[in-house]
Design a binder for this molecule. Structure first.
Ligand SMILES: [Zn+2]
Length: 429
């Protein structure tokens, strides 16, 4: 049992009315936001944080990453996706559960320092990632990576389902789990169809890479005379399922309408897409079609950082360039993509993504006393276009302080760095 009272903050709620509250107080009771008020809150609290002159925002949501790829940061730069996958494959093949655990812990450290309170992962060694989420105090959705093309072993989906369900809800419900079929070029039609059926039956989300490269689209068009999205429809992948599509770059009008009609969310990863020269996600057009668009960093091997606020700025700039319209995807929409849209994509919009009474207390306190926040003509524009994720001072996840005044207090940061470096040394020996 613990209570936290945050006093005198400027609160960017990201609620349905986009309210910004001045001199507001927030009372957190255990893991829940109990009160938000401009009036003094007289309830006794175990911890009082005076946030005068500071901002409180919902924590950023990284809706697509491969956290443990921090181990490969800077290893295969300046390659396209195919060559890059070829280069990193042999190292990934050598990774042990401990490598993935410490790789994920380092990624979580970096994300927390960048104000991220929740992320969606897909990688091998599912248990190591799940354990890191539980141990670190962050919120995470872990999708079990599945591949069966060119694999010696058949995928036993019943076993995989048991694994997914066994971790679901652990760590005070901070950890949720789902299916993660990698992509249409690494998964057979039969596997994708079976995953879709199982997900529907068990109310589990599906996370997949889709329409990421020109080559993926042209290969599928040649083989099936349809787009990757239409191929998924053929496998009955979307109907009554919560599907999270990573990238969604090469999309036509019909594909976007399919997404809209099936409530598919798209997670754009602009830095990774530019770096691998994969293309630019039509975020503005998707938004106009009524598709929910969220933000991801992708892995640190193709980004190379895990900074959602930086992705928000890049996404808005790219939308303006791509649409030849400086009014496309303004700062407010970009900040939504970094917060509430991420929560919607992950099926967590009732719990997180905005600061509202009754929601889980996943929030960050940012220091906006720096010169980049002056003058204050438009606070949201200042945050998105001029702010830095390193302005994040304090991070609260599920009502617990995980970082205070930029010091991680939920775990030992130095130990994480030391163990991570040890694993890298062995892995690249
Ligand atoms: Zn990815």
């Amino acid at each position: 049992m613990s209570t936290i009272l945050i006093k005198n903050a400027q609160v960017v709620t990201m609620n349905g009315q986009d309210q910004i509250l001045d001199h507001a107080n927030i009372l957190i009771d255990n893991n829940i936001i109990k009160k938000i008020s401009a009036e003094t809150i007289n309830d006794k609290a175990d911890k009082i944080i005076d946030a005068k002159g500071k901002l409180v925002l919902p924590g950023f949501i990284n809706a697509h990453t491969h956290a443990a790829m921090t181990l490969l940061r800077g290893y295969s730069d300046n390659q396209n996706l195919d060559k890059w996958l070829e280069n990193i494959g042999p190292i990934e093949g050598k990774m042990q559960p401990e490598d993935v655990y410490w790789g994920t812990m380092l990624a979580i450290t970096e994300m927390i320092k960048n104000g991220v309170t929740c992320f969606l992962d897909m990688y091998s060694h599912f248990g190591s990632i799940s354990q890191a989420i539980i141990d670190s105090g962050i919120r995470g959705v872990n999708s079990l990576a599945l591949v069966d093309v060119n694999q010696a072993d058949k995928v036993n989906l019943d076993d995989k389902l048991k694994t997914i369900v066994s971790w679901h809800g652990k760590g005070d419900r901070r950890l949720t789990t789902c299916f993660g079929p990698h992509a249409p070029y690494t998964c057979s039609g039969l596997l994708l169809r079976n995953i879709s059926n199982l997900a529907r039956k068990n109310h589990l989300s599906i996370h997949i890479h889709l329409a990421e490269t020109r080559k993926e689209v042209s290969d599928i068009k040649r083989k099936y005379q349809m787009s990757p999205v239409e191929l998924m429809v053929k496998y009955d992948f979307f109907s009554q399922n919560q599907v999270i599509v990573a990238h969604g770059i090469w999309l036509g009008d019909r594909d976007m309408t399919i997404f809209k009609n099936n409530k598919v969310s798209v997670v754009t990863c602009p830095s990774s897409n530019l770096k691998l020269n994969a293309g630019i996600c039509p975020t503005h057009q998707l938004t106009n079609h009524g598709v929910n668009v969220a933000l991801g960093t992708d892995g640190a091997a193709s980004n190379n950082s895990l900074d959602i606020l930086a992705e928000a700025k890049l996404a808005t700039l790219l939308a303006k360039y791509f649409s030849s319209d400086p009014a496309a995807l303004g700062a407010n929409k970009a900040l939504k993509m970094a917060t509430i849209n991420g929560a919607k994509a992950l099926g967590l919009a009732k719990e997180v993504g905005s600061i509202e009474v009754g929601k889980c207390a996943d929030l960050i306190i940012m220091d906006n006393s720096g010169p980049q926040y002056l003058p204050n003509h438009n606070l949201i524009a200042n945050i998105v276009y001029a702010g830095k994720s390193s302005d994040t001072e304090t991070v609260i996840v599920n009502g617990k302080i995980v970082m205070e005044n930029r010091k991680i207090i939920a775990f030992d940061e130095e130990k994480v760095k030391m163990e991570f470096n040890k694993r890298v040394k062995t892995l690249f020996k």
